[in-house]
Design a protein around this ligand. Sequence first.
Ligand code: NI
Length: 173
Amino acid sequence: MALLPIIVAPDPRLKLRSRPVGKVDRATRKLMDDLLETMYAAPGVGLSAPQVGVAKRVLVVDVVKEGEAPQPLRMADPELVWVSDDDRSYEEGCLSVPEHYAEVTRPARVRVRYLDEESEIRERELDGLLATVVQHEMDHLDGILFIDHLTSLKRNMILRKLAKARRTAEVET
Ligand code: NI
């Protein structure tokens, strides 16, 4: 396994629509494992391939609490086959939007169909934090960040701060 560098917004690679993998081969399985290792190290509860510069429809999630045994989910080519009418709001963050958090409203429950690490088709109904995180990560596969769900005023403020933080870091190094 390997730790991968996480791309921080604003960056055109985060705006791409990623390609389906079709089937999960060894290379995709390795990508899933590297994403998980990178996510746990960050630490985060979800990570998608485009956030490490790989434009493939692959994501990993683990919303387990600290001290509990890991419960990683590896998904390729995920699709929402059903969403609930009731919504859930959650203060979201993102490893590609460091140190910024904002409330985002999404369907409270979803049914997702995906390929697992053995390339088997799975379908799961998710709720709570898991439903929120999987929808957030699936957005990444279409080039959508959680800040794209905010007003343009809020989004631009966050993007300006991120760009400024990057310029400051470049001057310091
Ligand atoms: Ni994210």
